[in-house]
Design a protein around this ligand. Structure first.
Ligand SMILES: [Fe+2]
Ligand SMILES: [Fe+2]
Length: 354
């Protein structure tokens, strides 16, 4: 039997405190009012095969995340779903995914992914989850979600013979007919206005689906106007961007902005060659990339519990078929680091995973 979630969290906290210098303990817990946690689930890619038949593997990934999140103790303050709830944006897929997400015992904030969007441009998603971008405040932190997967109007409106063709073109990972993601001028103007009313010392956390940075254009791990959005976050002492889409752990620091990617519940990108050899419902990959361990099918799928300690995000990755990992901001180096591999002073014993 795997370790209970609450025990694991308690153990990790105790272990971390035990190994931190006293000054850092005081810093971390200086204002307990501001310390809270939330869960983040992403990229479930619920896919209809026919009628009421859906790809079981993707269903199981989301069901597991919801069940494990509901067992958390202490309870997270809310849950964020990071986008790509559906595979091809169909009503049936969004409904089936929404039914599973509705089992969460917490208030849930949703981000729009390209797989939810490019069939009907987010119309049905909006019926389920409301506006495509919005903000809220919680315990001294300003949270924002953006629709970061827009692209040029010409590509969206003038190029494709059908809505489904448009969706299929954008759904491919490395399709040269795709188009770079962007936040766009309208949302950037909204964001500027939204942030104008926020004190510069207030921690800001922005949720997006695509990374608000330029990682790899060929796979659309990319946001065309990333720099313009980053410029709006620059005046803040402490800003974080948490994004889905890339289905893997990524972390980065650009000036004052910490970037953290989250896992998918469906499959990891890049995925092992073993998947490509069997009949699969994944988008066809034409540029394979090696993985560290190609023998775990579930390697690098899961969900994350995010601790907000004085406005800094620490991501505990709960991995379904691998050792759990934590990526947290290190105030000494002023960047996010993997605690296990980069901060030996914070190292905790290998965890029993779920
Ligand atoms: Fe995805
Ligand atoms: Fe995506």
């Amino acid at each position: 039997m795997k370790m209970n979630l609450s025990n694991r969290r308690g153990f990790m906290k105790t272990a971390a405190i035990g190994t931190l210098p006293l000054s850092m303990v005081e810093l971390t817990f200086a204002d307990p009012q501001q310390n809270f946690s939330f869960a983040h689930i992403s990229d479930s890619h619920i896919q209809q095969i026919k009628g009421t038949k859906f790809v079981n593997n993707w269903d199981r990934g989301l069901i597991r995340a919801v069940a494990e999140t509901n067992l958390l103790n202490p309870k997270p303050d809310f849950v964020v779903f990071g986008g790509d709830l559906a595979q091809l944006g169909k009503k049936e897929e969004l409904d089936h995914g929404a039914e599973m997400l509705a089992k969460l015992n917490y208030k849930t904030y949703c981000v729009l992914g390209e797989h939810d969007y490019y069939l009907d441009l987010g119309a049905y998603w909006s019926e389920l989850y409301g506006p495509h971008y919005y903000s809220w405040d919680h315990k001294g932190v300003h949270f924002i979600t953006l629709n970061s997967i827009l692209t040029y109007d010409k590509w969206t409106f003038e190029r494709w013979p059908s809505d489904m063709q448009r969706m299929l073109e954008m759904a491919g990972l490395d399709n040269p007919n795709g188009s770079p993601f962007m936040v766009g001028e309208k949302q950037r103007a909204w964001l500027a206005k939204d942030l104008a009313g926020v004190d510069k010392n207030t921690p800001v956390v922005l949720f997006s689906h695509s990374p608000i940075q330029k990682i790899y254009k060929g796979w659309n791990f990319w946001t065309e106007d990333a720099e313009e959005v980053q410029a709006l976050l620059k005046p803040f002492a402490n800003a974080s961007v948490i994004y889905g889409h890339v289905h893997q752990i990524q972390y980065n620091q650009i000036d004052n902005i910490s970037f953290n990617a989250v896992m998918a519940t469906a499959w990891p990108w890049p995925y092992p060659a073993s998947y490509a050899q069997a009949k699969s419902f994944m988008p066809k990959l034409t540029v394979p990339m090696n993985r560290a361990n190609p023998f775990f099918e579930r390697d690098a799928t899961g969900w994350q519990l995010i601790d907000m300690d004085n406005g800094r995000a620490a991501l505990d990755y709960n991995l379904y078929d691998n050792t759990n990992r934590t990526v947290a901001y290190n105030p000494k180096t002023r960047q996010p680091e993997d605690r296990m591999f980069q901060s030996p002073q914070n190292r905790v014993s290998p965890q029993t995973h779920f």
